[in-house]
Design a protein around this ligand. Structure first.
Ligand code: NAP
Length: 309
């Protein structure tokens, strides 16, 4: 049997249930992956809460975008992956492009389309691999979209989180000067990544001005405060993107990043080169998925939470 986390209604993490299902056979173009570790992302609690009206997943739903594991079986028409191969799963990243494939990763075995996996580079650990999809991909995507180079001074809002810390590392690797906002508890962490930390709980705009003019802004927080700061600090012709589009970013004309097809490949390559490292907070049993979602929902996790099936 295949153990999985399910929800039969939208709500808080308390609606999650632990259930058995038959291990699925991979369909045409799919592989069956035995998950070794599962990554937890903010999108997981948001989907369970029903924040996306266009989420096509029917009940019962299973949360989860991210995992890494071993291919146990391949479906018809699969020629580029083989049984026994280690892969990274980004199960919903191309949801809009792959109709009918809603397989959440909070389960032991997951059947996924081969367009939702990449080979796991041997240089990276299982923990790092499980932490890459969704947040780190979005962080990379923001820097790619902005075209950051060594000529830039980049502001990253929420620089200590999964998205922000990936954006910082990719921008630093491109030679940019990076200013990152975080609470003081995360300032040493930001310095270790090569960013100049700024406390968003104090007078953030003045503190950033004292560090010098910015040329671009990548927002991994969203909401009125960070959008207002971006608007106040960005000169005419400056570039800005957000990982969490809302009415504030929309009104300010700040685009919401999306992911071209090869971005998981790119973050896996950077991780294999040692240029991208995911901070891991803790590993919990899959049966503690509700506790993991409670923690990530606070918006102040000290690193990536992983689930062990
Ligand atoms: N577009 C996409 O494809 C995509 C993909 C992944 C995630 N996202 C979205 O991006 C956002 C961040 O995701 P994540 O994975 O990075 O979350 P996360 O790992 O839980 O990190 C959240 C971070 O935000 C920081 N933070 C909270 N309030 C802040 C504020 N007002 N100013 C500055 N920093 C603040 C926290 O730092 P402190 O503890 O120091 O406050 C924490 O490090 C979420 O809304 C998520 O849904 C979008």
């Amino acid at each position: 049997m295949n153990k999985r986390i399910v929800y039969y209604e939208h709500g808080g993490p308390e609606v999650l249930r632990w259930e058995n299902e038959i291990v699925p056979d991979p369909a045409h173009g799919q592989v069956l992956v035995r998950n070794e570790l599962i990554g937890v992302n903010p999108i997981d609690w948001k989907l369970v809460a029903g924040l996306f009206r266009n989420d096509p997943a029917p009940f019962p739903g299973t949360p989860g975008w991210a995992s890494t594991g071993i291919i146990e079986a391949v479906g018809p028409g699969v020629h580029d992956f083989a049984v026994g191969q280690a892969v990274i799963v980004d199960s919903r990243a191309r949801l809009a492009l792959i109709s009918g494939s809603y397989a959440g990763t909070f389960r032991e075995y997951v059947a996924v389309d081969t367009r939702q996996i990449v080979a796991r580079p041997p240089e990276i650990s299982i923990e790092q691999a499980a932490g890459l999809p969704s947040s780190a991909v979005a962080g990379y995507s923001m820097i790619h979209h902005l075209g950051i180079s060594k000529a830039d001074t980049l502001l990253v809002h929420g620089a200590a989180g999964g998205v922000g810390s990936a954006a910082v590392q990719v921008a630093v690797a491109r030679g940019a000067c990076v200013i990152g906002t975080a609470s003081p508890a995360n300032h040493d962490y930001l310095r270790s990544l090569g960013a100049h930390p700024v406390d968003y709980t104090a007078d953030m705009v003045d503190a950033i001005r004292r560090l010098g003019p910015i040329t671009a802004s990548a927002d991994a927080v969203g909401g009125a405060g960070s959008v207002a700061a971006t608007v106040a600090l960005l000169p005419a012709g400056g570039r800005a993107v957000t990982a969490w589009g809302d009415e504030h970013s929309h009104a300010a004309g700040i685009p919401w990043v999306n992911h071209p097809d090869d971005e998981l490949h790119q973050v896996a390559k950077l991780a294999a080169q040692g240029l991208l490292n995911i901070r891991i907070a803790e590993i919990l049993p899959l049966s503690d998925a509700a506790a993991a979602l409670e923690q990530i929902k606070t918006g102040h996790s000290l690193g990536k939470i992983l689930l062990l099936p």
